[in-house]
Design a protein around this ligand. Structure first.
Ligand SMILES: C[S@@+](CC[C@H](N)C(=O)[O-])C[C@H]1O[C@@H](n2cnc3c(N)ncnc32)[C@H](O)[C@@H]1O
Length: 345
């Protein structure tokens, strides 16, 4: 038996050691191939075949080394279908100490740079998905529609909101929107004309990690100082107002220069029963009217868009109807900035 094979046998003759003697750790780690494998696994978990490709070596040779590493507790395995992925799992003790000392210098191993180059190709190939997506690009809007039913994409977008923002949720109701805002921004001021609604919002939002303030008041005369917030939003509130322009003027007043005013409401509809049943002053609002009102309130960069989601509501006669929703947003002018952007700053 060759010396190296003999050493391998010695090294694997025992059951895994939680803390092997130093001389055993030395033997296991004194092999350059094993160090190259560990260096790769320190980057990412890999299958045996992938490791073999990275090392440009035969799979059986690689498997022998993996066996030594596995039996000495240096790597762990994860099974996924018919695939087995190896990952670095260096135990504490002699191995941990030696690995800590060795790891920073692994890049200096002769083959390490080539291994890493091959690793990049191997990982790119693992995403077999590229050719899959090449093929289905034309159908993705249909297939990907599955995602639009969830809120994942919206949650992701909301993560992009700077968490230093202070936002007014006007006509906050029971705090549905403020709850979502509170997960992302530092400070939310909830305003509503109804004390019971505000009380419910207080209850619903008591555990929020953001600073939550609750102020009773109307949109036409907001209980906020000039420039007090970075942005203000009104979800399904404007159709309750006799004159939405007053609401926008107030939102523009309380938002600092450069900040945003955003509103979602219903398109005009004919559901007259909503006047009584929902206390709606208007049966929806025309997009042009919302845009005009915002512009007259002095907001710039006013944009309008239809939402893909409808407001689904049951009529008193038990019919379920869908009312299209739209969104408008505008920016409070700021002398110091070029007002041609449409996103929050
Ligand atoms: C349809 S609810 C929407 C609540 C909340 N924005 C949401 O999306 O769940 C309308 C809310 O606006 C409030 N509201 C109606 N007119 C208002 C006004 N002039 N000023 C402030 N709040 C008002 C109501 O009290 C109610 O809570």
């Amino acid at each position: 038996m060759q010396t190296s094979r003999y050493l391998d046998c010695l090294m694997t003759s025992t059951t895994p050691l939680s803390s092997p003697p130093l001389h055993q750790a030395l033997r296991v780690l004194a092999d350059e191939t094993r160090l190259r494998i560990l260096a790769l696994l320190a980057e990412v978990e890999l299958s045996v075949g992938e490791i073999a490709r990275c090392l440009a070596m035969g799979q059986s040779r690689v498997s022998n080394h993996l066996r030594v590493l596995r039996e000495n507790g240096l790597i762990g395995e994860r099974h996924e279908g018919s695939f087995t992925f190896c990952r670095l799992d260096v135990p504490e003790g002699a191995f941990g100490d030696m690995w800590g000392a060795l790891a920073p210098s692994l890049a200096a191993i002769d083959q390490a740079a080539a291994d890493r180059r091959r690793l990049a190709t191997v990982l790119a190939d693992r995403s077999e998905n590229r050719s899959f997506f090449d093929k289905i690009a034309g159908d993705w809007d249909l297939i990907g529609a599955d995602f639009t039913r969830g809120t994942g994409r919206l949650e992701m977008l909301s993560c992009l909101v700077p968490n230093t923002l202070k936002i007014a949720d006007v006509g906050c109701g029971t705090g549905y929107l403020a709850a979502a805002l509170g997960r992302r921004v530092g400070h939310v001021i909830c305003v509503d004309a109804s004390e019971p609604m505000l009380a419910r919002a207080r209850e619903n939002l008591h555990a929020s990690s953001a600073t939550m303030e609750f102020r009773i008041g109307v949109l036409e005369q907001l209980p906020l100082e000039d420039d007090e917030v970075d942005a203000a939003c009104a979800h399904m509130v404007m159709h309750h107002l006799v004159d939405p322009r007053l609401g926008f003027a107030e939102m523009a007043r309380v938002v600092r220069p450069g900040g945003l005013v955003v509103c979602i409401d219903m398109l005009p509809h004919h559901e007259v029963w909503m006047r009584d049943a929902m206390a709606d002053t208007r049966l929806g609002i025309e997009p042009t009217s919302l845009v005009d009102d915002m512009e007259r309130a002095g907001l710039t960069n006013v944009r309008h868009e239809m939402l893909s989601e409808n407001y689904i509501v049951e009529t008193p006669s038990g019919r379920t109807i869908e009312l299209p929703l739209h969104l408008v947003h505008g920016r409070v002018p700021d002398a110091d900035r070029h007002d041609d952007e449409s996103t929050a700053s």
